[in-house]
Design a protein around this ligand. Structure first.
Ligand SMILES: [Zn+2]
Length: 393
């Protein structure tokens, strides 16, 4: 199997990059000041979100739209960004003669809204209500089954026309969503450095290095940010998970995306018992599994150091380190094997690792994410301090 044909593309191949939204408006009260920007994109918006997000945003958004003489309708996207919910949303666009989509919520709601706009050839505004993912930024949507299992992703024609990052609204989300966003964002480094760390291409080198910067910002600032929600450091961390994480995906493009951490997330979504945990929480656990694979199958010493560094960081901010932490203590061996088979399917990103992985090996890695070498156990707490300047893994 040819693992990544794009590496061998001739120099004349046409590249299309969707770097970022045409406009980002951010601030503590950003939504209230975005009326003109919204009105410039359409007169009849369809607002797409989940019930919680729509309830939170109604008192802010509705008076704003009315004051700009916009006729609007709102619709619940359902529980997942699935083909069924997309069909219902497309019907709503036709029924309401909408000329603009406004997506409100977390990753799944924004993915549904973005894909709806793409399929309906309409402009899209994203208003994230949590810092759990970079979905408000990217030109990508993930499609799930009606039961919440990950199926595939779709590249969209462009990033949103407008992203409104209102810190006041983000602050209404549970702190756990920001923790999950941190897990999803740090995965950029662990995945991009493996898939694209040896690239000679200027834009890819730039994306990989920014992924390292993003990880370092999060190592340095996350604990303080979570101690003072809404504070300045908290805002910096929100910018990192919502904006910078998205920018890295934009600059790196299709060649600089996910590897094993997201493949393991995708496998886990096929377990109903995993649906109570957030995308970034599963991805964070997936990073540890990826590092275990690098240790076990490649003998990679840097991966051991990196995993121990992450275990300490996860302890500090509350990211899951094991199947137990993900609420999957009771998982059977056959369920675990099914997850591993999904994660190792022939089209899975797990095969961007520089070695072959089979389900049996993945199962072994999934149950041993917290294992430490005896010597390192004794030194725990002295040698495992987070060092963001010297660690190269
Ligand atoms: Zn992700």
């Amino acid at each position: 199997m040819i693992k990544s044909t794009h590496i061998f593309q001739p120099a004349t191949t046409l590249f299309s990059l969707n770097i970022g939204p045409a406009q980002v408006i951010r601030g503590k009260n950003a939504l209230a000041q975005s009326g003109e920007a919204i009105a410039s994109l359409g007169k009849n918006p369809l607002i797409v979100g989940g019930n919680r997000s729509l309830d939170i945003i109604q008192p802010h958004l509705q008076p704003l739209l009315k004051s700009h003489n916009l006729k609007f309708t709102q619709v619940n996207y359902g529980s997942d960004c699935s083909e069924t919910s997309l069909a219902n949303l497309r019907q709503a666009v036709v029924n309401q003669k909408a000329d603009l989509i406004i997506g409100i919520g977390g990753g799944k709601a924004l993915d549904a809204a973005k894909l709806l706009a793409h399929q309906s050839y309409l402009p899209i505004i994203t208003i994230p209500t949590s810092a759990a993912t970079c979905a408000a930024w990217t030109a990508l949507s993930n499609i799930y089954s009606d039961q919440g299992a990950f199926l595939y992703d779709i590249s969209l024609a462009r990033c949103p026309e407008l992203l409104i990052l209102d810190y006041g609204i983000i602050k209404t989300g549970p702190p756990r969503t920001l923790v999950a966003g941190i897990g999803d964002a740090i995965a950029k480094w662990y995945e991009a450095s493996v898939s694209s760390g040896h690239s000679e291409q200027t834009m890819i080198i730039s994306a990989v290095q920014q992924a390292r910067v993003l990880r370092d910002i999060l190592f340095q600032k996350s604990t303080v940010a979570l101690e003072k929600l809404g504070g300045e450091t908290w805002q910096e961390v929100v910018d990192a998970t919502v904006l910078l994480a998205g920018l890295i995906g934009g600059i790196g493009g299709a060649q600089c995306r996910t590897v094993a951490a997201h493949a393991i997330h995708n496998g886990l979504t096929h377990l109903c018992a995993s649906h109570d945990t957030l995308h970034g929480e599963k991805v964070a656990y997936g990073i540890l599994v990826q590092l275990r694979l690098e240790e076990m199958l490649q003998g990679n010493q840097l991966a051991i150091t990196a995993r121990q560094q992450l275990l300490k960081f996860y302890n500090e901010i509350g990211l899951p380190k094991s199947l137990n932490d993900l609420g999957l203590k009771e998982i059977t061996l056959s369920e675990l094997y099914n997850v591993a088979e999904v994660a190792c399917n022939p089209n899975s990103e797990i095969h961007r690792l520089p070695f072959r992985v089979i389900p049996e090996q993945l199962v072994a890695a999934m149950v041993s994410t917290t294992i430490l070498l005896e010597l390192e156990k004794q030194n725990l707490g002295t040698n495992l301090d987070v060092d963001t300047t010297t660690n190269s893994q």
